[in-house]
Ligand binder design. Structure first.
Ligand code: SF4
Ligand code: SF4
Length: 378
């Protein structure tokens, strides 16, 4: 039989940032919160993800006795700045499809347990962050994220992975609480550009930029386009402004570069994303960021157009004009027109005026709005 010490030693030897152990009783409080806020999560149920079934480990693994929570550390190397500007860091080296990083560690850890006769399950819909706090690994931020006590200088840059096992182990003391300092005046809530943070530990995921970038329906409503800023997939804004993350962010400039992500960067440039087709998406993007099916790549292109507009960079005008005229999807054409209006300046105005007469319907409306007298950028 494995001892608690040998489990911890193995997890740390594999390179996890920390490890803790808790019991496998149901997460009743979390289930109640999900029920109370059911309307926030309708989208998940529509996608076939029943979050409430993940709150009882015994329904996932027969004879569940403990949960071993290991922390994956996705920010142990530095990312190119142009990638951090547009993509949430936790997605940059997501190897759930490529299986060349964290997945290998998880596999090796499970093999280690299995070789000792212990059954394991890692359900995606278990409340992994709550399990991490129950296992004594850290506390919550008011932004709903999990902050590690003993890793990443106390920051939020870890991925808790909860491994349900059918063996009993001595448990850690839970740390389920909000760990924000009194002097922080809710910087995350104030800074959330789309008002997704409704209060301490209360997020409306439907307003969160992360959700909007990969699940948002239809063209992004006008009132959200500017607040969504430069984000194309995910959003780190409430983590970037958080004082609990300052210490690690201060170190990030001297971290070794994540070479894999640096090599990916040219494929993820905004012009490449704006003009990509399905073949390009499946070859270069989807292996790393896969929440959208190939049939939804119009959303990727629309996000790229919106980010270009919010960059206020006139160098993107020819790319946006090309997309406004030639993209096969009306939503991308419309967003490209909006982006030209957002960038403003003589070249953007010329591009919009040139195509006004030949345009009809919603695209024409976008062009007219962009060219309207209210647009102070012209
Ligand atoms: S990730 Fe971005 S949009 Fe979502 S809550 Fe944080 S700041 Fe708001
Ligand atoms: S910004 Fe302030 S309130 Fe928000 S998670 Fe960080 S410390 Fe807590």
């Amino acid at each position: 039989m494995l001892t608690r010490e040998s489990v911890i030693e193995k997890a740390m030897a594999l390179g996890f940032a920390d490890v803790g152990i808790c019991d496998a009783s149901p997460f009743d409080e979390h289930r109640m919160i999900l029920e109370e806020r059911r309307n926030y999560y309708d989208w998940a149920y529509k996608l076939g993800i029943d979050l409430s079934t993940g709150t009882d480990p015994s329904t996932i693994l027969e004879g569940a006795k403990s949960i071993i929570v290991v922390l994956g550390h996705y920010f142990d190397r530095g990312f190119p700045r142009e990638m951090e500007n547009h993509f949430g860091r936790c997605y940059l080296d997501d190897d759930r499809l490529t299986k060349d990083g964290l997945s290998r560690k998880i596999k090796a850890f499970r093999s280690f347990l299995r070789d000792a006769g212990i059954q394991t399950k890692i359900p995606f819909h278990l409340p992994h962050r709550v399990a991490a706090a129950r296992a004594g690994l850290g506390t919550f931020g008011k932004n709903c994220l999990f902050y590690a006590d003993r890793a990443v200088a106390g920051g939020s840059w870890t991925l808790p992975i909860a491994v349900i096992v059918d063996a009993p182990f001595e448990q850690d003391t839970p740390t389920i609480s909000v760990g924000c300092p009194d002097w922080c005046r809710n910087a995350c809530i104030a800074a959330c550009p789309t008002g997704a943070l409704k209060g301490p530990q209360k997020i409306d995921p439907r307003r969160c930029i992360s959700y909007l970038t990969y699940f948002g329906e239809g063209i992004t409503p006008e009132d959200l386009r500017e607040p969504m800023g430069l984000w194309v997939y995910g959003c780190d804004h409430c983590q970037n402004v958080c004082p609990r993350n300052r210490a690690w962010l201060a170190r990030s400039g001297s971290l070794p570069v994540n070479e894999k992500v640096a090599a990916m960067a040219p494929s993820f440039s905004l012009p490449a994303l704006l003009h990509m087709d399905v073949a390009y998406y499946e070859a270069h993007i989807q292996p790393h960021m896969f929440y959208m099916p190939s049939s939804d790549i119009w959303r990727w292109r629309m996000n790229a157009a919106r980010a270009m507009g919010n960059s206020l960079d006139g160098a993107y005008v020819p790319e946006l004009e090309k997309a406004m005229v030639g993209d096969g999807d009306e939503r991308v054409r419309q967003m490209s027109a909006w982006a030209l209006g957002r960038i403003g300046g003589r070249d953007a105005k010329k591009a919009l005026e040139k195509h006004l007469a030949e345009s009809t319907g919603a695209l024409r409306n976008e062009i007219e709005t962009a060219l309207s007298k209210n647009n102070r950028h012209f």
